[in-house]
Design a binder for this molecule. Structure first.
Ligand SMILES: [Zn+2]
Length: 206
C-alpha cells in the first residue's frame, strides 16, 4: 500500500467519524445513533490495523469504499481530496473480491457500449453465468418495471401463461385466463428466435 492510498484511507475514515460523532449530538433517533457508534468503532479498528501495518480484510475494504464514496462524488473538489479519492477507488477495485454478479455486470456494461455486440456474445455470457450458478439459484434474467431485461436491455420476452380449462370429456366448456408463470428474455434465452423479433426492440428504441 503506497502512502497516498494509506493517507486517503486515514483521511476518509477520520472525516466520516468526525461527521458521525457530530451527529451524535444532534436529533438522530436512538437506532441511528447506535449505528453511528458501531460504525465509528469499526472505522477505529481499521485505523488501528493500518497503524500496526496489518492487512485489511474484505469487510474493512468495503467500509473504506463506503467512506470514500462521498469524496469520489465530490467532482467540484470541495474537500480538496477528489483526486486522491479516485485513486483510492481504483486501488479498491483491485483489492475487493468480485462476486459473480458484480463480474457479470462489469462485462455486460462493456458489451452494451458497443451496439454491434453480437447476440451470441450475450448468450455466451449467460451460459457462463448459469454454469457458475449452483442449481436452483439461477432464475434467469429479471426484468425492470418497464419490462426491460436486466441483463441485455431487450423488451422482447416469451411468457408462459397457464390457463385453467374446464373440460367435460374431450370438450372444453370453460376457460379461466391465467397469469404469466414464467417470462424469459428472448435475446438472452432463445437467441436463435431473436432476429425474427428484434424489430420490436428497434421500434422501441425510436
Ligand atoms: Zn435479455
Amino acid at each position: 500500500m503506497n502512502k497516498t492510498i494509506k493517507d486517503q484511507i486515514i483521511f476518509v475514515l477520520e472525516d466520516d467519524n468526525e461527521l458521525m460523532t457530530a451527529a451524535l449530538d444532534g436529533d438522530l433517533d436512538a437506532e441511528n445513533k447506535q449505528m453511528n457508534r458501531e460504525l465509528i468503532q469499526r472505522h477505529e479498528q481499521i485505523l488501528a490495523k493500518l497503524d500496526k501495518g496489518e492487512p485489511l480484510g474484505q469487510e474493512d475494504l468495503q467500509l473504506v469504499r463506503d467512506a470514500n464514496e462521498i469524496h469520489v462524488n465530490d467532482a467540484a473538489n470541495l474537500n480538496g481530496r477528489h483526486e486522491e479519492a479516485i485513486e483510492l477507488e481504483a486501488w479498491l477495485d483491485n483489492m475487493i473480491e468480485l462476486s459473480m454478479e458484480a463480474a457479470m455486470k462489469i462485462l455486460e456494461e462493456y458489451l452494451d457500449r458497443d451496439p454491434k455486440t453480437p447476440v451470441r456474445v450475450y448468450r455466451a455470457l449467460h451460459t457462463l453465468w448459469e454454469e457458475a450458478t449452483p442449481n436452483g439459484i439461477a432464475t434467469g434474467p429479471g426484468f425492470d418495471d418497464s419490462g426491460r431485461c436486466l441483463k441485455c436491455g431487450s423488451r422482447v420476452a416469451f411468457a408462459d401463461v397457464t390457463d385453467m380449462l374446464v373440460s367435460v370429456g374431450d370438450e372444453i366448456v370453460k376457460r379461466y385466463d391465467g397469469d404469466i408463470t414464467n417470462r424469459n428474455c428472448v435475446r438472452c434465452t432463445y437467441p436463435k428466435q431473436y432476429p425474427g423479433l428484434q424489430h420490436f426492440d428497434e421500434a422501441d428504441a425510436k
